[in-house]
Ligand binder design. Structure first.
Ligand code: SF4
Length: 212
C-alpha cells in the first residue's frame, strides 16, 4: 500500500527520532548533510536487520500474525519509516525493534519504538500501548510501555527535528561519552568543532564588549 501524500517533502524519517535523542548533531549530520559512516555497532546492526528484513507476513500460532519490514507513517507527525517486525496479537499491533548489543534500557531506542507505535495507532485506529526491543547479543527482549510522557517526548523531538532542519546549521557537539561509541566521530570531529564553537563564542563576546 502506498501512502498518497508521501511525495510531499516535509516528511521526516522515523529513524531520526533515535538519532536526535542520542545527539542532535548526529541527527543533523545524517539527515541534513546526508552523511552516514559505519562502525562496529552499525555493521552489527545492519547484519541483524538483514535477518529480519524479509518482506513477507508469517502466520504464527496463538492468534499472532507477524509482519516484517512493515512500512509505517503518521500524517499527524509527518513521519515515515519501517518497523523491523510487528506482531499482530489477536489483531492488536505489537512493534518489535531489533538492536545489536545487550539488553539495556536506552531511552533513544524506546523513543524510536514509541514513534512506531504512534504510527501504527494512526494507521490501524487501534491503541498500541506496549512493544519490545530485542537485543541480539543477549537474545532477550525488553518490553516498553508507551506512556504519555514518552509520547509527548516523541512529539517534542519531531518539532525540534523540524526546527533544526529549517535552521540549517549543525548544533555544537556535546563532546562527551556519546562520542566514544558514535560511528560519525571521524566526520563530526567533536573536539575540533567544540574548539571552533568556543572560538566563535569568544569572538562574539569580544565584539559585544566592543560595541557596548
Ligand atoms: S561524534 Fe559526538 S557530537 Fe558528533 S555526532 Fe557523534 S555523538 Fe554527536
Amino acid at each position: 500500500m502506498v501512502h498518497e501524500n508521501l511525495l510531499d517533502d516535509d516528511w521526516l524519517m522515523l529513524s531520526g527520532i533515535q538519532h536526535y535523542s542520542y545527539c542532535p548533531r548526529q541527527f543533523a549530520i545524517i539527515h541534513m548533510e546526508q552523511i552516514f559512516e559505519d562502525n562496529i555497532f552499525t555493521i552489527k546492526g545492519h547484519h541483524i536487520h538483514e535477518k529480519v528484513d524479509i518482506e513477507d507476513d508469517t502466520v504464527c500460532g496463538d492468534g499472532v500474525v507477524v509482519a516484517s519490514a512493515l512500512p509505517l507513517w503518521s500524517d499527524k507527525l509527518r513521519l515515515i519509516g519501517r518497523a523491523d517486525r510487528v506482531e499482530f496479537r489477536n489483531g492488536v499491533p505489537y512493534p518489535v525493534e531489533f538492536k545489536s548489543g545487550y539488553r539495556k534500557e536506552k531511552i533513544h531506542d524506546a523513543l524510536q519504538l514509541c514513534a512506531q507505535a504512534m504510527c501504527l495507532e494512526e494507521m490501524t485506529g487501534i491503541p498500541v500501548t506496549v512493544g519490545a526491543i530485542y537485543y541480539y547479543s543477549s537474545r532477550r527482549r525488553l518490553e516498553v510501555v508507551f506512556d504519555n510522557n514518552m509520547r509527548e517526548k516523541v512529539t517534542e523531538i519531531v518539532l525540534k527535528m523540524r526546527q533544526l532542519l529549517s535552521k540549517g546549521t549543525l548544533p555544537a557537539p556535546p563532546n562527551d561519552q556519546r562520542c566514544v561509541d558514535c560511528s560519525l566521530i571521524r566526520v563530526c570531529l567533536p573536539e575540533l568543532a567544540g574548539h571552533a564553537e568556543r572560538f566563535k563564542n569568544l569572538l562574539q563576546e569580544l565584539y559585544d564588549r566592543g560595541t557596548a
